[in-house]
Design a protein around this ligand. Structure first.
Ligand code: PEP
Ligand code: MG
Length: 575
């Protein structure tokens, strides 16, 4: 019987195939007592397993080095480090000696002890490491129990396979690549979990955080993954299957057609040039940016360098990340946003429970309250500016004094660097994000102080409509085309243009083709989005005529009724 499981949409596309269930060896180990003379041979068996797994991981890393996203290598390195840790490679041996128990049991006991400690700490970064420890132990236990490597697939299936697992390590994800893997479904994981990042990098549709998929799906069930909606359909009826097969073919065709646009100039039918920039989270994302030949980076969300770790990245580590992006972009602009921490992006060991994090000490507010941390980042960005066209961007501005204070800090960082004879771009451009209604309404304050603006529609919508962008319960109220939101965006674009200041949109709206014409009509000429959306938006731009759109959008901005607005936008999109 057909049914659906919902999870998180983390890697787009459609996959259709047979389920390949990955077993969880650590749940299946038995416990037995060894006769005294078998203790040392049991330890030798464990040692052999550890060294085989070490070789296996090194092999995966080496064979993947060419085609895989670079963070994958780093994930495998983490697993190798865990494997070499005495807590994993020595402690179980003591357990075998002390309790005369079998190696699998000793390993799982030790893993459970460690996991318990992780649980008590309740820290996002350590939680991720907890999953790594489990994955490493799982691999060794599988070897001990004679299971095939998780990335090895039973031979007979010749249809595409969908891997269904409780959790997958990045090494597993990578290992599966050599087979015809169509997609991944996992019980655990979030949008930034390893599996999600690797799946996105490999362009494989994936749904994570599906809770009970591993329990509900049987081996070889027919499955459809709708990676854009986070849905898994099990045992679909013929009509659903036909529909999805058609959509998958259309998507494939669309993708290959879009690739041809890579080197096409992004200009409207009436010859207006449009800049298409990319949003990135990690330095490694630059590869994807270059694949679509983006005009630059409109938003580098630097907080991802700070998230999920014990210690803050020091100046040199940050500098290396920013410099590598600046150099890779070869003179094209890269807009580095200073730390936007807080709200849903909390630093490890946050000092206090905030009553309302989205309205609390977030982004520029946080940085100004932690001058040393801010100064370190500013110095790293300034140093990187010597290696490319770096621009600096301040998030979540509300008041002029925040800009003044931040500019003073930039001046201080520059003075320090001058004194140290470090090179940087003296004329570095400094801009700000307009993502709070107050900033959009009192724009003059920012026009006077900054060199460019970028509209963060994700937060602008959240703060205008009083809808928490992370809360599922109010997701239906999160409306990018609410008249109030549209007016604030239009007003900001027009205000900046009148003042002769470059203005971009870098929130999700910029990457959604259904809003391309609307934004063009408001006067927007710079769009910044996830690299995977650039070619689709370019296609919309090539078909649009801005002269015509400006008039239509002006009329639309006077409409209050959402239904009427929706109709008007649909008509604009029809041409
Ligand atoms: C935004 O708010 O639109 C934005 C681009 O920033 P972030 O999504 O990182 O908050
Ligand atoms: Mg924002």
């Amino acid at each position: 019987m057909s049914f659906c499981i919902h999870g998180l949409a983390v890697s787009y596309g459609i996959a259709i195939g047979r389920a390949h269930l990955v077993s969880q060896a650590t749940l299946e180990v038995s416990h037995y007592l060894l006769p005294g003379k078998h203790v040392e041979p049991e330890i030798a068996r464990l040692e052999e397993a550890l060294s085989e797994v070490r070789a296996e991981l090194s092999g995966i890393k080496a064979s993947a080095a060419a085609g895989a996203p670079s963070e994958v290598g780093a994930f495998v390195d983490v697993h190798l480090m865990i494997l070499a840790d005495p807590l994993i490679c020595d402690e179980p041996k003591s357990l075998i000696r002390a309790h005369r128990c079998n190696a699998e049991w000793a390993l799982v006991q030790q893993m459970e002890r460690l996991v318990e400690q992780f649980d008590a700490i309740e820290d996002a970064y350590l939680r991720e490491r907890r999953a790594d420890v489990i994955q490493v132990v799982e691999r060794v236990v599988k070897y001990l129990m004679g299971h095939p490597r998780s990335g090895r697939v039973r031979g007979k299936l010749d249809e595409p396979m969908i891997v269904v697992a409780h959790d997958l390590s990045p090494a597993d994800t990578l290992d599966y690549r050599q087979h015809q893997i169509a997609g991944f479904v996992t019980d655990l994981g979030g949008p930034t979990s390893h599996t999600a990042i690797v799946a996105r990098g490999l362009n494989i549709p994936a749904v994570v955080g599906s809770h009970h998929a591993r329990e509900l799906i049987r081996d070889e069930d027919m499955i459809i993954i709708d990676g854009s909606r986070g849905i898994v359909i099990i045992d679909p009826d013929q009509r659903t299957l036909d529909e999805y097969q058609l959509r998958a073919r259309e998507l494939e065709l669309e993708r290959s057609k879009l690739k041809r646009l890579k080197t096409t100039r992004a200009a409207t039918l009436d010859g207006e040039d449009i800049a298409l920039l990319a949003n990135i989270e990690l330095a490694a994302d630059v590869a994807q940016v270059r694949e679509v030949d983006a005009d630059g980076i409109g938003l580098f969300r630097t907080e991802f360098l700070f998230l999920g770790r014990d210690t803050l990245p020091n100046e040199d580590e940050q500098f290396e990340a920013y410099r590598s992006v600046a150099q890779a972009m070869k003179g094209r602009p890269i807009t580095i946003r200073t730390l936007d921490i807080g709200a849903d992006k909390g630093l490890k060991g946050a000092q206090r429970i905030e009553p309302n994090p989205a309205l609390g000490l977030r982004a520029i507010r946080y940085c100004l309250s932690e001058p040393q941390l801010f100064l370190t980042q500013l110095r790293a960005i300034l140093r990187a500016s010597h290696f490319g066209r770096v621009r600096l961007m301040l998030p979540m501005l509300v008041n002029g004094h925040e800009v003044d204070h931040a500019l003073e800090m930039v001046e201080k960082a520059k003075e320090q660097l001058r004194a140290e004879k470090q090179k940087f771009d003296e004329g570095i451009e400094i801009g700000g994000m307009i993502e709070v209604p107050a900033a959009a309404l009192a724009l003059g304050v920012f026009l006077k102080r900054l060199s460019f603006l970028s509209i963060g529609t994700n937060d602008l919508i959240q703060y205008t409509l009083a809808v928490d962008r992370t809360d599922e319960a109010v997701a239906h109220l999160y409306d990018p085309i609410h008249p109030a939101v549209l007016r604030l965006i239009a007003q900001t674009i027009q205000g900046a243009r009148r003042a002769g200041l470059p203005v971009a949109v870098c929130g999700a709206m910029a990457g959604e083709p259904q809003y391309t014409r609307l934004l063009l009509g408001m006067g927007l000429r710079e769009f910044s989005m996830h690299p995977s959306q650039i070619l689709e938006v370019k296609q919309e731009i090539l078909r649009a005529e801005v002269g015509d759109l400006a008039m239509k959008v002006m009329r639309l901005l006077r409409v209050d009724e959402p239904e009427k607005l929706r109709d008007m936008i649909a008509r604009i999109n029809e041409g």
